[in-house]
Every structure is written in C-alpha cells, then in structure tokens.
Design a protein around this ligand. Structure first.
Ligand code: RUB
Length: 301
C-alpha cells in the first residue's frame, strides 16, 4: 500500500487499535524504506516515520516502535540494521500477543460473564484463547459510539462461536453489573501508571469498582510512554465533530474526545507479556525489563 493511502487508513480508523496501527505502520514503513536510495537514507526515512506517527500522534505503541528503529544505530549497513529492527518489532508483537492471550485466558473461568468495550485485538485474543481451552462463558460488550468498534468485537467473537450480548453505550452500567470480569485494552500508559483507552473506559472502571468487578488492562508493554517520565503528558485525541453529527446546528458545540484516562486505583492489574502486575509494579517491571528503551527520552517525531 502507498504511504498516502496508508496514512488515510490510519486517520479514518479503518486500521484501528493501538497494536494494529503499530504493526501496520511498521509494514508500511518497511516497504517504503526499502524503496529508498542510499543517499539521504536517514533523512528520507525519518520523513516517512514522521508522517506515520502524525497519522495518529496519540499512540505511543506506534511512536515507540518507529523511534526504536533509529535508536542506537552504529556505523555499519543502515538498511540491514533498520530491517533487523523492524523484524524484531514485528516478532515482538506476534510473540507478546500469544503470551498475553495465554496469561489472560487463565483469568476467564467457565460460567463467567466477560465485559469489554471498543475493540482491542489483545482482549479479543485472550477471549478466543479461553474459548479454545473449552471454557463456556458469555461476553457482554458496548457498541462504542461514534465509530461503533464494538460491532467489530461482537462480530469477531461471534464468528468463534462465543455468545455475545451487545449493549448500547448507555447500557454499560447494566452490562458491568452482571459481569464477573472487565477486560479493556490500552492505548497509552504513563509513568504514573495512568492508562489511556477509548472514551467510556474510565466510566467502565468506575462502574466496575462500584460493583466489585475486577478490571484488567490487557496490553503489550510498548504502549508505555517514556516521555511522561520527562514531564510530557500524553495528549487525549479529539476527533472530528462530523463523526458524531453531520451538519449539526450552528450553536451546538460537539466534543468528540476519543480516549479517556483510567486512574490506577481503578485497575486490578495490567496483563502484559511479562505477567500480571498492579499498575505501579508494572511500571517498575517494564522499566527494569526494557531499560534501553523505556528509561530514555525518545524524540516524539
Ligand atoms: C481502540 C482502543 C483499544 C486500544 C487497544 O481505539 O481503544 O482498546 O487501542 O487495542 P480506536 P489493541 O478504535 O480509536 O483505535 O489491544 O488492539 O492494541
């Protein structure tokens, strides 16, 4: 796919979910990068990187993976080094997804109702794994206005033979009240262990707390935003008002926040490739496990 078309697919949320956006961008970067001539290779490839990051600038998984390609390069063959790093990242995403699915599926028991919101490929894989293990459970999910990513979740799980109860967003309280576990994805995790995910996620977390339903964030660790350690806040994506209401009356101000912040106090644990940890311990663990990348100020672009 050409770069401009790829950027359009990310901006329009045709390619959605933090990890899918990162993996898609790595593949697009790889194909564009390998077309470049050797002279000006670094400059030209940084332009491609910048364009991809700007297609969804609030996604640290995308930023971290593309920035990593240019980190610690040595004097040898640049094409080879960067291609190796791309393949390392693509393998990481594949392997971490598998590990998270295995760890997370252990939290799902037969007879449970599992609640999720929006569409997280990580949550989907956990639920599919639990089904493959022969467990019998139901999933409740909410449609996730305005782009209805909840439909994708419902479709993908229904295709696996899982029973879905599909709620409108304002039915979230009723759905969670009847659930045994809440599984949500993540777009970004700050050094203060705050998690950013689709709008509605903090609401879900507050409702879950109210009904004593445990809530787990399911994510690979590359959603961590190392910039937050240096005082930069992750921006909350604010999207086009037309997504909510086309040709709205002149004095109607439409506020289309795509994400919201979940406080660590509302999170029972973060399920990642390194295991299940409470949010604060998760930060300690990943900054110890991946010190090279997560203790360093990386250029945002
Ligand atoms: C998707 C969303 C997902 C996270 C995690 O929002 O909030 O929960 O991105 O997804 P959008 P994954 O549809 O606006 O991209 O687990 O696949 O990385």
């Amino acid at each position: 796919m050409e770069l401009d078309e790829a950027i359009k697919s990310i901006k329009s949320v045709k390619i959605q979910g933090a990890e899918n956006v990162a993996v898609f961008s790595l593949n697009v970067f790889k194909s564009e990068f390998n077309k470049l001539k050797d002279e000006n290779l670094i400059n030209d490839s940084k332009i491609i990187k910048k364009k991809l990051i700007q297609a969804r600038p609030t996604e640290p998984c995308l930023r971290n993976s593309l920035n990593y390609l240019f980190d610690n390069l040595h004097g040898g063959n640049l094409k080879e080094q960067i291609n190796e790093k791309i393949d390392f990242m693509l393998d990481f995403f594949k392997n971490s997804k598998k590990s998270i699915a295995e760890i997370g599926a252990n939290k799902i028991k037969s007879g449970m109702v599992v609640y999720t919101h929006c569409h997280s490929s990580t949550v989907i894989d956990i639920i599919k794994k639990a089904k493959k293990q022969g467990k019998k459970f139901e999933v409740y999910n909410t449609e996730t206005r305005p782009l209805l990513q909840g439909k994708t979740t419902a479709k993908e799980l229904a295709e696996e033979g899982i029973n879905i109860n599909y709620f409108i967003d304002s039915g979230m309280r009723m759905a969670i009240k009847e659930s045994d576990i809440v599984l949500l994805g993540a777009d970004s995790i700050s050094c203060e262990a705050k998690v950013i995910n689709k709008i509605g996620s903090e609401l879900a977390a507050e409702v879950a707390k109210n009904f004593d339903v445990p809530l787990y964030i399911c994510t690979n660790s590359w959603k961590y935003n190392p910039q937050t350690t240096f005082g930069f806040d992750e921006e909350i994506e604010k999207r086009n008002k037309e997504e909510i209401w086309k040709n709205a009356p002149k004095n109607v101000n439409i506020i289309n926040y795509a994400f919201e912040i979940i406080k660590p106090e509302l999170i029972s644990g973060i399920i990642s490739e390194i295991g299940i940890y409470t949010p604060y311990i998760f930060i300690d663990e990943i900054t110890r496990t991946y010190p090279e990348i997560f203790n360093k100020k990386l250029n945002n672009l």
